[in-house]
Design a protein around this ligand. Sequence first.
Ligand code: ADP
Ligand code: MG
Length: 319
Amino acid sequence: MATGEFDLIRDYFANLGVERADVSLGVGDDGAILNVPHGRQLLSVTDTLVQSVHFPRTCPARSIGHRALAVNLSDIAAMGGEPAWASLSLSVPHNEASWMADFAAGFGELASEHGVQLVGGDTVRGPLVITVHLMGLVNESAAVRRSGASAGDLIYTSGTLGDAAAGLRCITRGQESGWLADQFLYPQPQVNLGRQLGNFCSAAIDISDSFGQDLGHILQASDVGANVHLEKLPLSSELCQHHSIDEARYLAISGGDDYELCMCVPPEQRAGFERFSQDAECLVSLVGEITAKPGLRFLDNGSAATVNVRGHDHFGSDD
Ligand code: ADP
Ligand code: MG
């Protein structure tokens, strides 16, 4: 970017999020210097948002800043870690002050809420593309992978499912306000629940593409199958108010952008996990169980049901 790049960085990105004691050097040099405490491991995740692919052109700048960090916080949560340091690569077509201020506010508020410091990045002129690299910390050997599920484990999901997909439909129809639209624009990743996953879960994933597709990744990585009970899917009253039960269930299973967690809990951890989530006032729902028999099966009050499982796949046949 021509003149203005350094002013822009100083004005909007030099002091975003909290000031962490483990940052020896943040924004301003060629690189950041970060201190990983003894006995902890560094988690590293990255996610890119592209205009018109991951969010519509009408998406407010504040939402774009919020979502760019939220999708990464969700990945750190799914690994059982605690978020710490972020790097932001920003490609923008124009240096427009109000857009930058709103984008930085959306990013910065969520960073502060979750104890994250922005420690570096890159700023270029180009199509609107935002890449965040988020680093987190986890106790040694305590990270939760997709590959640890065993037959008999219970499958839980956090929050409610399908709201963001319904919200995106509202937004593309021009209804940009309302609770459902907000679930797409301002997802709240399950950071506090995520930090505790290592105590209870054999496997976990965050629900970004769709519950059905993301659970499928756990099944594949763990070499197991699952039964999911449709009547147990957590559906919000707002979703049910605007959709038939079949449509609501379809959105819950095949809609993307929920940024909730799908967690496998061994039966002996069930009581502790449910007690913790209740004390933390974090809604979790038992929706199914892991089976030795491969494949993902749906049941409606005990009877086999057919569900069309879809999800976001950039290079899949749906595109
Ligand atoms: P270099 O030329 O060495 O790549 P830059 O001039 O791109 O450095 O960046 C200067 C400093 O500003 C670096 O510390 C970099 O990490 C930081 N930075 C650049 N863009 C951003 C951004 N969008 N958010 C946060 N930090 C940024
Ligand atoms: Mg340099």
